[in-house]
Design a protein around this ligand. Structure first.
Ligand code: NAP
Length: 517
């Protein structure tokens, strides 16, 4: 099977054989993808012209209707997607749900939000400032749609959610989406886009799909275009500094890898609910999607007093994890998406072992050499004050490393050593600990999850990205900011200060929707 690209309203095949997509359980080829020779410049022009015009003519509520329609198509075909996620990504049913239902849920969330923005095409901030002595000259800020395309380059671990979360905000803002899935797991994105195109729920040019390397996506941009990238820090930095991207003046946002942490407060003693909740969350980090989540817990900070007990509790759970074929109902942990990812994870685990010891590793039988299986494991750093690699190396798989701290100040200092992360979680009932961690660590993170007895199990999890909340993080995490309710639209819109008389500003305000961007 050869995956095609959907450009300028036509499905086209690349000219070369293409890269191979495999089933990570066996390593067997299931499809190929290639975009060699695809007319990217023409596709971008088509999207800018046809898709952009069509979307900008619609109100927010009408664009919300498009998102709802996409979600409806995906919902109707959901069962098929679960099978593809199993075959191409090695997903268990739980893993597949995080990706597929996460994508549908985000589309629905932005559809509801768009309905609320109503029959306008302009967002207006409420604040109006008087700029002259007499009340005749004021300034008010408004947000309007950028007349370009949104090039969206995705990572392999979320072929559904990663694609639809970016499409949701760009379409609602009025910007056509040009999606490039990561090749290794492109089959799910491909089938979903095929279904949406076949259902004819979108105007021409609103959704373009480039399946393969996507040569030209970085070189054919113009000033009103944007690139939203998710993937490794290395590729992100290449894109950010790419000559053509810089020359075009296009906007760029980067969601990169990060070495996220979890802190157990000094009060999180064995036998307390927060201790158990933290164990549960760490076990999820070792099992859900075999640890292939960008927000996943990679480092755990536990007080020296409770470190042994925590290690024992996690080790006991690791011993019960069933690693195997995701088609088997009993399987809790499937494979990484291919052998190359397995080898990379093994190499990075070996790097961590230079400053850590293995506490526990899940039982795993013999594996096929061409498979992606990696046994979940807990490591423990031997000298936390001296360790460096644990803060720098992201094992994109089921591996978490523990560091014992002497006091909260040390835990906070260790958490910042990763130089900026997507998500941090804190398990503590102590208000002073909560206050200090949030105060000292907020600037280093895009999101902080605070779990105490009151929150209990009601929380959505360390790794799960909610569309209401910022997704992105400072420093190493790329500095991007996606989602976050209405603010998710900002990347696709221009903020303009309009200076003028009260009559004009009243008319603009009446034509737009008051929004808190
Ligand atoms: P990657 O190798 O950096 O690739 C990411 C995307 O960039 C893929 O679609 C890839 O295409 C594309 N790409 C590579 N070179 C390109 C070029 N010259 N021009 C245009 N596109 C190019 O990352 P990955 O291995 O797919 O993803 C794993 C990483 O992503 C992990 O480190 C994880 O932490 C991170 N991640 C971050 C987030 C977040 O939101 N912050 C979310 C998920 C994952 P091909 O596949 O065709 O090579």
């Amino acid at each position: 099977m050869k995956l095609e690209s959907f450009v300028s309203n036509t499905w086209v095949s690349g000219a070369d054989e293409g890269r191979v997509l495999v089933n990570p359980v066996t390593g067997a080829e299931i499809a190929r993808a290639d975009s060699t020779g695809v007319d990217i410049a023409g596709a971008l022009n088509f999207a800018r012209d046809k898709g952009g015009r069509a979307l900008r003519a619609l109100t927010f509520a009408e664009r919300a209707g498009l998102l709802k329609a996409i979600a409806g198509v995906l919902q109707a075909n959901r069962e098929k997607y679960e099978t593809i996620a199993l075959e191409n990504s090695g997903n268990t049913k739980v893993d597949a749900s995080v990706d597929i239902d996460g994508g549908i849920g985000t589309l629905k969330y932005y559809a509801r939000l768009g309905q609320g923005l109503g029959d306008s095409r302009l967002l207006v901030e409420e604040a109006r400032d008087q700029l002259a002595r007499d009340p005749v000259f004021f300034a008010q800020h408004l947000w309007s749609t950028r007349p370009g395309v949104g090039v969206q380059i995705n990572a392999f671990n979320f072929p559904s959610w990663g694609m639809w979360e970016k499409v949701s905000t760009s379409l609602l803002a009025g910007v056509p989406a040009v999606v490039k899935p990561a090749t290794a797991t492109a089959l799910l994105s491909y089938e979903m886009v095929r279904d949406v195109v076949a259902a004819k729920v979108l105007p021409d040019g609103v959704l373009t799909f480039v399946c393969g390397a996507g040569d030209g996506l970085l070189t054919e941009l113009s000033v009103m275009d944007s690139i939203a990238f998710t993937g490794s820090a290395a590729t992100g930095s290449m894109i950010r500094s790419h000559k053509s991207v810089l020359a075009s003046g296009a906007r760029v946002t980067i969601e990169a890898d990060s070495v996220n942490g979890t802190i157990l407060g000094p009060d999180a003693a064995p036998g307390t609910p927060v201790f158990d909740l933290a164990v549960r969350e760490v076990v999820k980090a070792l099992s859900v999607k075999a640890g292939q989540l960008c927000t996943n817990i990679r480092r755990i900070f536990v007080s020296q007093e409770h470190a042994d007990a925590f290690a024992e509790a996690v080790a006991a759970k690791i011993a019960t994890l069933v690693v195997g074929d995701p088609a088997d109902e009993a399987t809790r942990v499937g494979p990484l998406i291919n052998k190359a990812q397995r080898l990379e994870a093994e190499e990075k685990i070996a790097a961590l072992m230079a400053e850590a010891q293995e506490v526990a590793v899940a039982p795993m039988g013999d594996i096929a050499d061409s498979s992606g299986f990696v046994a979940p494991r807990l490591l423990r750093v031997t000298d936390p004050a001296a360790a460096r690699t644990v803060h720098e190396v992201e094992v994109f798989g089921p591996c978490v490393t523990m560091l014992a701290y002497s006091d909260l100040a040390e835990a906070i200092q260790l958490a910042t050593a990763a130089e900026g992360s997507l998500a941090l979680s804190l398990f503590s009932n102590d208000p002073a600990v909560q206050q200090q961690c949030v105060g000292d660590l907020a600037a280093w993170h895009g999101r902080i999850l605070c779990v105490d007895d009151e929150v209990g199990r009601a929380h959505t999890g360390h790794s799960i990205v909610m569309p209401q909340c910022v997704h992105g993080g400072p420093g190493r995490a790329g500095g991007g900011e996606e989602l976050g309710g209405q603010r998710g639209l900002r990347f696709h819109m221009q903020r303009t200060a309009v200076q003028g008389g009260p009559g004009l500003l009243d008319r603009l305000q009446a034509a737009g929707t008051l929004a808190a961007l």
